[in-house]
Design a protein around this ligand. Sequence first.
Ligand SMILES: Cc1cc2nc3c(=O)[nH]c(=O)nc-3n(C[C@H](O)[C@H](O)[C@H](O)COP(=O)(O)OP(=O)(O)OC[C@H]3O[C@@H](n4cnc5c(N)ncnc54)[C@H](O)[C@@H]3O)c2cc1C
Length: 497
Amino acid sequence: MLDQTSPAPGAEASAQETYALVVIGAGIAGLNALYAATEYLPKGARVLLVDEKPDAGGMWNTAYDYVRLHQPHPMFAVGDMAWDWRKPRSYLAKRDEVQTHLGQALTPIAAQVGLQTAFGCVATACAEVSTAQGPMAEIRYHPLGAPDQEVTVRATRAIHAAGLNYGLAQPLALRSAEVVSIIPQELAATLAAHPGAPVHVVGGGKTGMDTVLATLAADPARQITLYKGRGTNFLNRTRYLPMGIKRWTSGALVSRLFRDVALTYDGTQDDALIAHIRKTHSTDPETPNEVFLYGLQSEEEQARIQSGLSATHADYLEDVVDGATGPEIRLRQGASLPVPPGSIFVNCGGSFFRDAEMPPVMPVLSPQGAILSINTRHAFHFLTSVAGFFGAHLLYRDQLRGAGFYALDLEGLFRADRKAWVGASAAQAYHNQVLAVQTLPMMLLDRCGLDLDRWYPLPRRLLALAQMRATAKADLAHCRKVLELVTARYGIDAGPI
Ligand SMILES: Cc1cc2nc3c(=O)[nH]c(=O)nc-3n(C[C@H](O)[C@H](O)[C@H](O)COP(=O)(O)OP(=O)(O)OC[C@H]3O[C@@H](n4cnc5c(N)ncnc54)[C@H](O)[C@@H]3O)c2cc1C
């Protein structure tokens, strides 16, 4: 049963409302956690899902319209829910398709529990409280823009899955009035309104690559310049998610790739690790790109981007100013170059961890175990979706605490050193995956649709699993040592949950 709840005005009236579970955040992390939790809740249990957006799907409601998944769509999943269509497995779903798919996940969930949704509502507090019935979670929320209508509810358990705090970018504040400064959400309309105007893509990450490809698709003759800063490495999807018979004969399972990254890192040689990833796993091994954020790219996409670009600057755009003869770009390393009036500048800068202030630390598991938090400061896994799936199963099985799972301040480390973040996030991800394999039943692990190893045939997956088990003890020790070393280097909070 699915009901949209609207909070009654006044905290008093709703203070008695109690739920078996309240989930804050209807992105892929919250949905995975909610779906996992339904397996442990009695049929018809009262469950409340709160999200400030008007619908489920999280950031896929607000991301730019041409964003696509970078992994095959079946592996962007809520538990083991299949996509409701028959497209090739390799198809990379578009934004609205992803949002629709995530929204549809509520139907099977509502068939199991008494699900109420509070969309368009912002949660302002989620804290553990002692009650006569034992520890509970107390949640306060109100409709967006109406804090006077705040209500307070209690739940046996709460899952706080606020996500990575993805916010809409702002257009770059450029001093020249003769150029057009936009965000990706405005690309299609701006291209249509300014036919022939050169496009400047500011940012070399996934959004930048999507923007180059979308511009080329709209107008193959358009002049495109890329400002890629330190340059981003992308994992080679052609090699690691191969097609057809090659799924049997080539590539490598993504868990093996994670192990390689985790074991290559010793906690100190950050530059060498990035060079290793670039040379061994990326689509562009020859260019000394320095950033790595786990983005996937095919060799064909890489070739299309390279041949479609008129110019690439391995530098940062600082400003565009009006010079004596027209607009001029200013680059961080000092170069200054003319651009035609009417040029379009698209802000494709980083989407994550950009707020001036870091969010406060919320423990993965509250002291009395009533609240699971999927966050960036005391994180279980850099993929919030994976954290949602495993976090909720481990929570309800009472195995999240004391089993050795490692939590890490990923945001703090990212802000301190992005290269060390790569090594540590891989070490943590592999460490917690190996422990999950040791802790959880096989049947349950097999229902994690997010697992990219599922791309490969079963015999190869079983072999990889056997390999993982065979080296588990030494690998876990290595990952723990790496995590201790790198977090000590930066004074970052980390440790077993
Ligand atoms: C441009 C871009 C492209 C990406 N592409 C991919 C990709 O191809 N593949 C991939 O695996 N990942 C991709 N990612 C990473 C992506 O962030 C995750 O895949 C995933 O969608 C994040 O899910 P989430 O549930 O953690 O967060 P979100 O999707 O951000 O969901 C969190 C939800 O919580 C709600 N919320 C937060 N706080 C509150 C509150 N206090 N009260 C009420 N509601 C609240 C928010 O409104 C939001 O709906 C991409 C990210 C970006 C920015």
